[in-house]
Design a protein around this ligand. Structure first.
Ligand code: UDP
Ligand code: MN
Length: 313
């Protein structure tokens, strides 16, 4: 059988409403998000693997702290019969049951970096759906393509991604309305097409921050609302909605395998490592700048320089 758990959950919405009534301290909110991520139970074979896992986890913790999301890190295989490829679904099911207060459970692969710490999930547009995945409907139904959506797995044989595509094609009427395929922003951005442009993207943002900071220093009063609006205007004028100018939300290192060190033969481990340093540091710069520091060189993770700093803008 392909079922997870003893038997399918019945009347979840009803049970959840009852639970929330009995636990009024968890005020129901459409915005409540639990980020779920994780990694293998054992020590990484790659000597730098566990270090990378720590930095990848820190990145997600930072994002959650900034946006008020909860986070759960799992490193056991809940379905002992399943392989690592199927690790997600039993975990997501258990997370839903353990956290009925969460409106959304958000799975993020350990090898995915949140490279825009300001980006807010557009939850409003998902409110009539049960599942959000990166993908394209036309690719799914016209081409029946295996890469038409991305549930966090590369192109492979039988895994959760191909299973979801199979269900959507075989039982369209039953599932399609419940699922939102997102393609308007990088919910899953493939690292290879992204990392070379990150230095320039980072510099663009720093230029904006410098311009707004200068304005702020020239005027004695702190008018943070005004400067926030200024920043947005500057960004709009300079084309910050465009790809290669705007920070990608997620940079996913599919095929890099930080823990085992094995990687796709199309590229070297050095390319994976450098790409991860750049993605982790451009994200960390958005956190560190609030503390008055910056990594001036995205490839040099240990070097930081102080920024002109008094009070966050
Ligand atoms: N994973 C896990 N436990 C395991 C193996 C994998 O939780 O034992 C998670 C981990 O977060 C990983 C994700 O499953 O990022 C998917 O695997 P991977 O990223 O290696 O696949 P890829 O994105 O490279 O196709
Ligand atoms: Mn991955």
């Amino acid at each position: 059988s392909y079922a997870f758990g003893e038997e399918p959950m019945k009347d979840w919405d009803l049970k959840r409403r009852e639970w929330l009534k009995l636990h009024p301290s968890f005020a129901a909110s459409e915005e409540k998000v639990l980020l779920v991520t994780g990694s293998q139970p054992n020590v990484c074979k790659n000597p730098v693997g566990d270090h990378l896992q720590l930095r990848l986890f820190k990145n997600k913790v930072d994002y959650c702290r900034i946006h008020g999301h909860e986070i759960f890190y799992n490193n056991v295989l809940l379905n002992q019969k399943g392989t690592g490829f199927w690790a997600k679904y039993p975990l997501l099911r258990a997370s839903m049951l353990a956290h009925p207060e969460a409106e959304w459970i958000w799975w993020v692969d350990s090898d995915a970096v949140l490279t825009d710490m300001e980006f807010k999930l557009p939850l409003e547009r998902y409110k009539d759906h049960n599942l959000v995945v990166h993908g394209w409907w036309n690719m799914l139904y016209e081409e029946k393509s295996w890469t038409s959506l991305n549930a966090g797995q590369g192109i492979s044989g039988s895994d959760d991604q191909s299973a979801l595509i199979y269900l959507l094609i075989k039982e369209k009427d039953r599932w399609a309305d419940r699922i939102y395929l997102e393609s308007e922003y990088n919910l899953h951005g493939y690292w290879l097409g992204i990392v070379d442009g990150l230095d320039k993207i980072g510099e663009g943002y720093m230029e904006i921050d410098r311009a707004v900071d200068l304005l702020r220093r020239r005027h004695a009063e702190k008018m943070s609302l005004f400067y926030g609006a200024m920043r947005e205007k500057h960004m709009k004028d300079r084309g910050f909605w465009k790809e290669n100018v705007r920070r990608p939300f997620v940079t996913h290192f599919t095929g890099c395998e930080p823990c085992s060190g094995e990687h796709n033969s199309m590229y070297t481990w050095e390319a994976c490592w450098n790409g991860m340093q750049k993605a982790l540091n451009i994200a960390d710069n958005q956190v560190l700048s609030r503390f008055g520091f910056v990594h001036p060189d995205l490839l040099n993770s240990s070097l930081v320089s102080p920024l002109p700093f008094d009070f966050p803008a």
